[in-house]
Design a protein around this ligand. Structure first.
Ligand code: 2ND
Length: 363
């Protein structure tokens, strides 16, 4: 059994949690993929084989990991019922994990089959645009929130390799800001520098101008220069992963000073090969020692066959995380969330109350 799956049933931190970095399309239930495929008449390998195809059990590379989406995205993309269903089920899953607020990210273009060039996943042309995808996910999240009492908001992803989609993405963030979309992200293969992609830069400039919050995948497998660029050029307010920031001490110090939030995903970092396999030497330990501003997240639980508890287990078992640190992590996550000020205050209040800290002024 993989290290991160040990004792998976018993919650390490059985208190309300906040998750800021999880890909909706990397968090689909395998049973749902199989069920939707059956309804749509799409032939897939049998259950166990499908599970093996969609997951990584041993450390691989970011490229190999990103290839996993090819095995199932064609089943969900371009299907209204399926898109809404994955959003709804996602909220149910997070509620069961004890998450009271989650920001889930996805690329609206990757789930569309119309108004997107090229049409992804070898789909036939259909009539579901990126705009309708966002509407469907918003509906799924809103119904999920009513049913399971966990609040879910969306971050819309630009993809590094498709700069032509990025202006659409920021426009969708603006259009749906009152309907559950809280920020823009840049995901995908980080070795592609965005200096050479004015499409991303323009979109992030528009985001700044229109008060759309920004996070960027950087320093996961890429050099510290990608982190620097995310902060200086794309005006990122949070960094997705950011492990390699530690390779540039001056940059790390500056970001610590600026209270930059790092969205850390320990299980993911091992299985994508972003960090070495020995969790006792993980960059997260330095962030913890320095009392940096970071959160703990699953990233793509379908592909890593993990839950949020897996990441907390790794932190506890290999990185000496205490209950106090788990509380601090979640309070930082709430403070760094992209919720409007009043909702953020309410979220923080819920955490302080659940953590028995309403009279504690040290936070
Ligand atoms: O860990 C990641 N790094 C970079 N890109 C990622 C990661 N996990 C998922 N993605 C990509 C693949 C998804 O289809 C896309 C939008 O969620 O974002």
């Amino acid at each position: 059994m993989a290290e991160h799956c040990e004792n998976n049933g018993k919650p390490v931190f059985d208190k309300p949690k906040v998750e800021l970095h999880v890909h909706l399309d990397g968090a689909i239930r395998i049973e749902t993929i199989l069920d939707v495929a059956k309804r749509r008449g799409i032939t897939l390998p049998v259950c166990d084989e499908m599970r093996n195809l969609c997951t990584v059990a041993e450390p691989s590379s970011l490229t190999e990991f990103l290839g996993k989406f090819n095995h199932y995205m064609h089943v969900i993309a371009g299907d209204r019922k399926a898109i809404k269903r994955i959003a709804y089920e996602f909220v149910e899953t997070k509620a069961k994990e004890g998450v009271i607020y989650v920001e889930a990210r996805y690329s609206p273009h990757f789930l569309a089959n119309s108004g997107v060039d090229p049409i992804p996943w070898n789909q036939e042309q259909g009539d579901i645009t990126p705009d309708e995808v966002v509407h469907l996910v918003n509906q799924g999240f809103s119904e999920g929130e009513k049913a399971f009492k966990t609040k879910a908001r969306s971050i819309l992803c630009c993809m590094r390799h498709e700069p032509r989609w990025s202006m659409d993405v920021v426009e969708l963030c603006k259009k749906y800001r009152k309907d559950g979309v809280v920020a823009i992200d840049l995901a995908g293969d980080e070795s592609m520098k965005c200096e050479s992609y004015p499409g991303h830069k323009k979109a992030f400039e528009e985001a700044v101008k229109s008060y759309v919050h920004r996070t960027v995948h950087a320093g996961e497998v890429g050099a510290p220069s990608v982190v620097k660029e995310a902060v200086d050029v794309l005006k990122a307010e949070r960094i997705g992963h950011g492990y390699n920031t530690l390779k540039d001490e001056a940059l790390y110090r500056k970001l610590l000073q600026d209270n930059m939030h790092f969205e850390m995903c320990p299980v993911s970092s091992k299985l994508t090969g972003a960090c070495g396999p020995d969790f006792t030497k993980h960059p997260l330990i330095r962030f913890k020692q320095d009392k940096a501003n970071y959160s703990l997240n699953t990233d793509d639980p379908l592909i890593f066959n993990s839950t949020l508890n897996s990441d907390y287990q790794v932190a506890q078992k290999y990185m000496d995380f205490t209950e106090e640190e788990f509380k601090r992590v979640n309070i930082n996550a709430a403070k760094s969330s992209f919720l409007p000020a009043k909702e953020k205050e309410e979220l923080l209040y819920q955490l302080y109350e659940a953590y028995g800290m309403l009279n504690d002024t040290s936070f």
